[in-house]
Design a protein around this ligand. Structure first.
Ligand SMILES: *Cc1c(COP(=O)(O)O)cnc(C)c1O
Length: 476
């Protein structure tokens, strides 16, 4: 497909501007201050409309089809939350407006913070962090402040080998060393390994539960005890809370800190760098260290509280990504507590339905009841067919590929998260495609190795694209 620059034709116009009604003064600006010829494309309106409409049709999104990208929770987001987040009262409010004229927005933040605390079982949340990884970093900074305040020097964070890559990255940015903890044969934390790793240097453990294998750690209470009796803190990577909403609360499992991804669990379209929100919740002993300002209420009046002497300070300009908070608030209010529980029940049911259908055809390394997602492997695939080939072939069948080659503890991982928003019919169609691909791998492996065949581009050189990105078009 041609670029706009390549479609350009000298003198073609999409708009007519009125004649200049002031004298043209050619030499008004000194020559060196004049911009070079920009070389913008010259096109008609219909050229531009067709170009962008065509581009949008080449894209894949959750509004187009099933998007089972494990760990990313690409569920369908009801449009009503979008509509509400675009109310003028929200979008036109200046962030420096005084509290007297921002009562509605402040109340929304105050109540959202209370809802999240109740749903997750924490004493208080901050809404400032901009996304999941940023929430992790904020949580780790809170841990640091907590130990400094106690006069303790703890330098190490324990991280399971199944963890999301952002966990070790955030720990290192926060100034901790990381120590890897192995998973046991059932996919949870190896409890003995955890006990052996305990020492006065351990600040805490970061755990995703249910973890990236989609497995709920059955030893969660014992793990919390091991940490707490060592004086360490227990951090939950709560990026994907779909499986537990209204059923179980991380606060009751013994976690001291959690980050949530509102853009995954609480209905904001994401991916492609769209705005996120990564609120961080804590138990009482950490509340004083939360970022400032916080949103508080005196009588009926909502205000921003800067009077927090032990706070770690600001982690984001203004109060975070407000528009995402509006969507999360509207989603929680629309669902109600019964609706949120159904989210958990259906996300778990959908994942187990697919798991039951696919495990006869693909290797399942941890054969247990799963939570919101599960992980297959490429073990036993015939004719040298790889996970990558399966993922590419799925695109030909009109599905987005699952997450592949993560978590790292599973060889050739295929991580499938159907989410709660998909119907049985869609799940069946996806399972049929996966089963058909498994048969093709047996009978006609070239079909897979040369896939995708039906898309505008086939196999891209991902390594070259990452190492030598061409971010700018230049005239030859
Ligand atoms: C998505 C995800 C993150 C990171 O969240 P971002 O908003 O992309 O920064 C962290 N942990 C887990 C388990 C995730 O799935």
């Amino acid at each position: 497909m041609k670029l706009l620059f390549e479609k350009s034709s000298a003198g073609r116009r999409g708009v007519e501007l009125p004649e200049l009604d002031v004298p043209r003064r050619a030499n008004l600006l000194p020559r060196e201050s004049l911009r070079e010829e920009l070389g913008l494309p010259e096109l008609s309106e219909v050229d531009v409309v067709r170009h962008y409409t065509h581009l949008s049709r080449m894209n894949f999104g959750v509004d187009v089809g099933f998007y089972p990208l494990g760990s990313c929770t690409m569920k369908y987001n009801p449009k009503i939350n979008e509509d509400i987040s675009r109310f003028d009262g929200f979008t036109c409010l200046h962030p420096y407006s005084p509290a007297e004229v921002s009562q509605g927005s402040l109340r929304l933040m105050y109540e959202l913070e209370r809802y999240l605390s109740e749903i997750i079982g924490m004493d208080k949340f901050t809404l400032q962090p901009a996304a999941g990884a940023h929430g992790e970093l904020t949580g780790l900074m809170l841990m640091k402040a907590y130990f400094e305040n106690r006069g303790e020097k703890r330098t190490k964070i324990l991280i399971p080998d199944s963890a999301h890559g952002t966990n070790p990255a955030s720990s290192v940015i926060a100034g901790f060393e990381t120590v890897e903890i192995k998973s046991g044969p059932r996919g949870g934390i190896d409890v003995k390994g955890l006990k052996d790793a305990m020492s006065g240097e351990i600040a805490g453990l970061m755990l995703t539960n249910p973890n990236t294998l989609g497995i709920f750690d059955e030893n969660i209470l014992e793990i919390a005890d091991i940490l707490h009796s060592n004086g360490s803190l227990f951090f939950c990577d709560g990026a994907n809370a779909n499986a537990i909403l209204g059923v179980a609360r991380p606060g009751d499992m013994g976690f001291d800190i959690i980050q949530l991804n509102l853009h995954k669990t609480f209905a904001t379209p994401h991916g492609g760098g769209g705005p996120g929100s990564g609120p961080v919740g804590v138990k009482k002993p950490l509340v004083d260290f939360l970022p400032k300002p916080g949103v508080e209420k005196k009588g009926d009046f909502y205000y921003l509280d800067y009077d927090k002497p032990k706070s770690i300070g600001r982690v984001k300009a203004f109060y975070g990504n407000f528009n995402v908070m509006v969507k999360a608030y509207s989603y929680i209010r629309a669902m109600g507590s019964g609706g949120l529980r159904k989210v958990a029940e259906n996300s778990v049911l959908n994942a187990n339905y697919l798991l039951a259908k696919l495990k006869k055809h693909y290797h399942l390394p941890y054969d247990r009841t799963c939570m919101h997602e599960f992980v297959l492997s490429d073990q036993g695939m015939p004719n040298g067919v790889t996970t990558n080939d399966v993922a590419k072939r799925l695109l030909d069948y009109g599905f987005h590929a699952p997450t592949v080659y993560f978590p790292l503890i599973v060889h050739g991982a295929i991580m499938i998260e159907p989410t709660e928003t998909e119907s049985k019919e869609t799940l069946d169609e996806f399972a049929d495609a996966m089963i058909k691909i498994r048969e093709e791998a047996e009978k006609d492996p070239d079909l897979l190795k040369s896939a995708p065949r039906n898309l505008p581009v086939s196999r891209l050189d991902a390594v070259k694209a990452a190492r030598e990105p061409r971010l700018r078009w230049k005239k030859e």
